[in-house]
Design a protein around this ligand. Sequence first.
Ligand code: AMP
Length: 510
Amino acid sequence: MQPPVNLIQRAQYHTRRTAITDESGSYTYGQLLQQSGELAAWLLQGQPHLNQTRVAFLCAPGFGYVAAQWAVWRAGGIAVPLSTHHPLPEINYILQNSGATVLLYEPLFETLLAPVLESGLLRAVCLPASMIAVSDNILLPFVHPNQQALILYTSGTTGKPKGVVLTHRNLEAQIIPLIDAWQWQPDDYILHTLPLHHTHGIVNALCCALWQGACCHFLPAFDAAAVWRAFLHFPVTLFMGVPAMYQKLIDRYLQQPPPVQQQLSAACRKLRLMVSGSAALPVSVLQTFEQISSHTLLERYGMTEIGMALSNPYRGIRLPGMVGKPLAGGLQVRVVKDHNIIVAEGETGELQVKGDAVFVEYWQNTEATRQAFTPDGWFKTGDVVQVQEGNYRIAGRISTDIIKTGGYKVSALEIEEVLRTHPYIADCAVVALPDENWGEAVSVAVVLKPGPLPVPRNQLPAFLRQWCKTQMATYKTPVNWLFIDQLPRNAMGKIVKPQLKQLFLKDIEG
Ligand code: AMP
């Protein structure tokens, strides 16, 4: 049996080390190779190679998830991880858009997936794969590094999420600079609480740990109390989170009596690195967490399409409010203004990147791919940055239709499209409002259709939120609701979102 992907090949050199710990137990790299090999054989069903068949999988964070991901890669397929946070309409969209023909899932998700399973459109198997009978002699194909490995769905400035296609080479080019920059060691033990349909959880936390033969300890989901318990009771050396998670850790800490706080602070000091990313880390959070933990959070910047591009240093001064410098051995970066002219130091401009880590395309969306790159091949991140003495600061985003809430990237247009399908909503517009806990809060202004309402007006937000949760992930569901007679529009009929934000702020003040 010849594991073809470098990440997997490396596991052969430390088969006895613990790869994964989760609620069900501890698993070695040897067990991971065995389990993923058997599942890969089942996926192949006697064919020599999956030839980039899209295999979707819905698994809770843990050994089952990793075994499924590795199985798809070892059989030559493209892994399409589904989110445990998504309701059925969003899962259906990803299954259809990716053209997945195989679905792996755990029993926990059987009820949610029932309509998909009953449709009979996909070859589906309920994991664990140990229930699958395979012959002892498993022959797995060679998988070329340029082969497509992963499709991650990310929200953009168009309505529906786009599938970011990453090859094995892209993934390696994203992993290796982080191994060096953050000095990953085989003895590392990462506490993993990030979503596993997103680059942060998949590449930065999981793949880096497995690349280096380290141990990845999964919690079922982020829970501040459980994270603190894990810091106390497990040999955790590394933790990665979004700013909202650090805020929740702070809140939880502050609720404890002083003797417990002392224990928690001492537990933090055993870690060697704590990283924050996926959204701007407020300086107040960095400073409060520093007092609690003695860690200056290492803030970095990256994106699903490119992996990580900028990072504060592992050793050396981490500057509050800054995302550091370009990672060594990683991407080329430049900052440009109109017509791709390089800006002078201190001026703001769009961050553009180039290199092996950059994704190949948006899945079956040539137009979106074309628009995302300059004619000479630079990827346009859409983020506005400023460089001061070589250090980068994220100044904002070009599009107001991208919202970052709790580290998740959300498209205002996608939410608007869903809301407009509601029988009581005539029109709507979604904007981001600043929010202490989530960075930005999804906020919607709604114009109702004329006629009687289903509930009293003051209960409308709760009523509509409930409906939203059946249609979209909870983190996309608007938090702030404003009911108005008409949306502010310019002469061209385009909604003026800055003006709408002002209406919201006035409403909140008033
Ligand atoms: P995603 O592809 O979901 O990881 O979202 C990528 C986007 O998150 C970037 O384009 C930025 O807008 C934002 N982002 C990531 N890291 C940071 C950071 N440290 N500070 C501010 N924004 C960030």
